[in-house]
Design a protein around this ligand. Structure first.
Ligand code: NAD
Ligand code: LMR
Length: 308
């Protein structure tokens, strides 16, 4: 198997590192526009292989798309991250042009690849890629829900004093500070509803902390997060390459599901060798449905800024 990661910055390099350590692919290409940057990161990671014992061959390239030919999966992380005080949406002006150009170049050499979009604002970048690439919708997947759900589990585990691995919890909707929807009423601790153990105030605090999880880290670190984003993306690559059929909330094209069309937004999907293979329609309460529709309106408003 062959994977390409575009953007050798914080998220792209971390994702590459995770893929290599798990030996998900034989060949791993890291591409960046900045001269020598991906080459350096790739060599540094390859110099961990004797210590960590992986066989994946990582190669860094500067804008050389021929090297990415015949990739099975391509991860796109190229673009600006936000700074403290910014929203993800403010990145659209720069990142739309970058993502559109990268997708075009990738498809010249890997027309059958499954593409994972990470660059922000992610739902709109996923929509842009769907609209401009013309490839089947199942092969374009936005990464947001994997990360947001893991953050949700972290905050739940802190309050419950339990292992995050014992939790089942999902975040759907847009990947934005005000648009994501942590589904607290569907979350369980080894099948027991978490609401049984948490006061309403605790529940509200966990939901609020999850929604601004990315902004909190951006304020602390000075740029946006990369460890959990890299791991979240690698978990999707794993489900594709190993055809695991994992159920992961991802931003995908809706065609009537959840009563919506012409939008990419976070919903639970099955991830396997063909990309996203099936959308799972949750039974949402009236309140959750209203929140989901409001989230979709905000994502649509952002999409309308695109000029293609
Ligand atoms: N979807 C998510 O959950 C999620 C999570 C974290 C970060 N992000 C987003 O991912 C993106 C990357 O974040 P980061 O922290 O890695 O940023 P970064 O600045 O560390 O890395 C971005 C890299 O992209 C490269 N780049 C820019 N234009 C390029 C082009 N045309 N071709 C190839 N490479 C190009 C840059 O040289 C840089 O190395 C940001 O937009 C950020 O907001 C999304
Ligand atoms: O917060 C950001 O801007 C980056 C990313 O979307 C995240 O949630 O970590």
């Amino acid at each position: 198997m062959k994977v390409t990661v575009v953007g050798a910055g914080a998220v792209g390099a971390t994702c590459t590192d995770n893929i290599a350590r798990k030996e998900l692919a034989e060949e791993l290409i890291l591409l960046d526009i900045k001269e020598g940057f991906a080459e350096g990161k790739a060599i540094d990671m390859m110099q961990t292989s004797a210590l960590l014992g992986f066989d994946t061959k990582i190669k860094g390239v500067t804008n050389d798309y021929a090297s990415t030919a015949d990739s099975n999966v391509v991860v796109i992380t190229s673009g600006l991250p936000r700074k403290p005080g910014m929203t993800r949406e403010e990145l659209i002006g720069t990142n739309a042009g970058i993502v559109k150009g990268v997708v075009e170049n990738i498809l010249k050499y890997s027309p059958e690849a499954v593409i994972i979009i990470v660059s922000n604002p992610m739902d709109t970048m996923t929509y842009l890629s769907l609209k401009t690439s013309g490839i089947p919708k199942n092969r374009i997947i936005g990464m947001g829900g994997a990360l947001d759900s893991s953050r949700f589990k972290y905050y739940l585990s802190q309050e419950l004093g339990c292992s995050p691995a014992d939790l089942n919890a999902m975040v759907i909707g847009g990947h934005g500070d005000t648009t994501m929807i942590p589904l607290i009423n569907h979350a369980t601790w080894n099948s027991i509803p978490v609401t049984q153990f948490l006061s309403k105030e605790q529940q509200d605090n966990i939901v609020a902390a999850t929604m601004v999880g990315g902004a909190t880290l951006t304020k602390l670190v000075g740029t946006s997060a990369w460890y959990a984003p890299g791991a979240g993306t690698a978990s999707m690559v794993e489900s594709i390459l190993r055809d695991e059929k994992k159920l992961i909330p991802c931003s995908v094209a809706l065609d009537g599901e959840y009563g919506l069309t012409d939008i990419a937004i976070g919903v639970p999907v099955i991830i396997g060798k063909n990309g996203w293979e099936k959308i799972i329609e949750l039974q949402l309460s009236d309140e959750e449905t209203a929140t989901f529709n409001k989230s979709a309106e905000a994502v649509r408003a952002m999409n309308s800024v695109l000029t293609f």
